[in-house]
Design a protein around this ligand. Structure first.
Ligand code: CMC
Length: 428
């Protein structure tokens, strides 16, 4: 039997259906509220607002649980395979051997960029932020492959998804090569997803970059941990743009822009800048935590806190362990890891962070791993975007396929001038 809640306003009661998710989450269906009562809800930051029903990712922020299509995130850490996870998120179940092999062939086939597209990189200044290039070039893909803008059936969607997942790493690598004044390296169809990306990043025309198994595994895991996170800011942006029936490329390009901000994907860069600042001796970890608590400063402990997790972010737990073992395997010592551990230790004992349930999030340790793999800091958020792309695509497609999907168009409470008359400029 369906449960209902009710809202009483001006002595009138309105019944509201309660929707129950497969994990028992409850939500009020207020779809008819305004037409029946004239009321809207107001929820800045959408802290209490569900924007859709989705079968892709489940998070229990209180318990620190994250599952992709039902599978706990920890289970992907054993032998990480990003392509398998991308398929799982986008198409709903783990691929069969046949589906997997076919998808890999498609990814290998589509890694190259149209030669015309490469000229666009030349137009960007050397110091252009790679997130700007990534967003622009993902959008530009729709000019070069216009047939992919018309997604009418699962086959055309699969083609567009494969091209996007494959080409994003070529675009990312070329953004880096351009910033360094280095020649573009063609993708190598004999290489797997991550080694091919690293090849395009770091090979020279006269010297092949050899991607070790440690690097392949570490980067694959990192991409998997970033692959989806239900209705976060960038994914909601992709859905919002897609709700106007904008094409997949335009929608994902908007996702890149949303991810760029320091409160979202840009936090992985901000964490490293924070750790470097402490390492350079300008501040002790204790000073930094003190400043992050000070309401008169706009400093935050970057890589800490989360809208949904009020417990350890399970991705941060995995990355914290990985950071240690990757540095060990690569025979590296990074003083920034020691500083990060110290900050975590101080914050987790400090009543300010304890009371507000602020724990390390995915961005706290990811930068240390990316540094160890040789990825430059400017590219960290780009790596997040490559990882998040399957999630964006999965959400875009889920929404596209949902019968009765409507354009996203929130309401507002207007607080401006009430009616007033226009005044000619001479009289102002
Ligand atoms: N350092 C210091 N204080 C913090 C922090 C922090 N990192 N995060 C939250 N707070 C305080 C905040 O000042 C507020 O205090 P009060 O109740 O006294 O006003 C309280 O905790 C609640 O914070 P909020 O800003 O209302 O929480 P939110 O859910 O709106 O924001 C957040 C979540 C992730 C944007 C925020 O925790 C933050 O800015 N963290 C640092 C940036 C960061 O690491 N972002 C990556 C997020 S995870 C990956 C991703 O989404 O891309």
């Amino acid at each position: 039997m369906n449960e209902t809640a009710s809202i009483t306003f001006a002595e009138q009661s309105y019944d509201i259906d309660v929707i129950k998710g497969s994990e028992g989450e409850l939500g009020l269906d207020i779809g008819q509220l305004r037409s029946k009562s004239g009321l809207i809800t107001l929820d800045p930051g959408y802290v209490n607002t569900g924007s859709c029903q989705s079968a892709i990712t489940f998070i229990d922020g209180e318990a620190g649980i994250l599952r992709y299509r039902g599978i706990p995130i920890e289970q992907f850490a054993q032998s990480p395979n990003f392509i398998e996870v991308a398929w799982l998120l986008i198409f709903g179940s783990l691929p069969t051997r046949h589906e997997y092999d076919d998808f890999v062939v498609d990814l290998r086939k589509h890694a190259n960029l149209d030669e015309g597209m490469k000229h666009h990189f030349e137009g960007f200044p050397r110091n252009a932020p790679p997130m700007a290039i990534l967003s622009a070039m993902i959008n530009a893909l729709s000019c070069f492959y216009p047939e992919l803008m018309k997604i009418e059936d699962p086959e055309s969607f699969r083609n567009a998804a494969a091209r996007l997942i494959s080409k994003v790493r070529t675009i990312a690598a070329y953004a880096f090569r351009h910033s360094m004044g280095l020649p573009f390296i063609y993708p190598d169809p004999t290489l797997r997803y991550v080694p091919n990306f690293m090849h395009m990043m770091f090979s020279q025309p006269y010297q092949q970059y050899e991607c070790s198994e440690t690097v392949n595994t570490a980067l694959s895991l990192l991409l998997i941990l970033h692959a989806d996170h239900e209705q976060n800011c960038s994914t909601s942006t992709v859905r919002m743009v897609g709700s106007s029936q904008a094409n997949l490329f335009a929608s994902c390009s908007a996702g890149v822009s949303a991810l760029w901000g320091p409160l979202h994907g840009g936090a992985n860069v901000a964490v490293i800048r924070m750790l470097e600042q402490i390492h350079e001796g300008n501040m002790t970890p204790e000073d930094y935590v003190k400043l992050a608590k000070d309401k008169n400063s706009d400093v935050r402990l970057m890589g800490f806190g989360h809208r949904v997790y009020k417990n350890f972010d399970p991705r941060a737990k995995i990355l914290s362990e990985q950071a240690q073992s990757i540095l060990r395997e690569m025979k590296l010592h990074d003083p920034l890891l020691d500083i990060a551990r110290k900050l975590e230790e101080i914050a987790l004992q400090d009543p300010y962070f304890v009371e507000r349930k602020l724990y390390p999030n995915v961005d706290f340790y990811s930068g240390i791993i990316l540094r160890a793999l040789g990825i430059p800091t400017d590219m960290f958020t780009v790596m997040f975007a490559i990882g998040r792309l399957p999630g964006w695509i999965a959400h875009w497609w889920e929404q596209h396929q949902t019968p009765g999907s409507r354009i996203s168009r929130p309401r507002q409470i207007y607080t401006g001038n009430t009616k007033m008359d226009y005044m000619p400029i001479e009289q102002r």
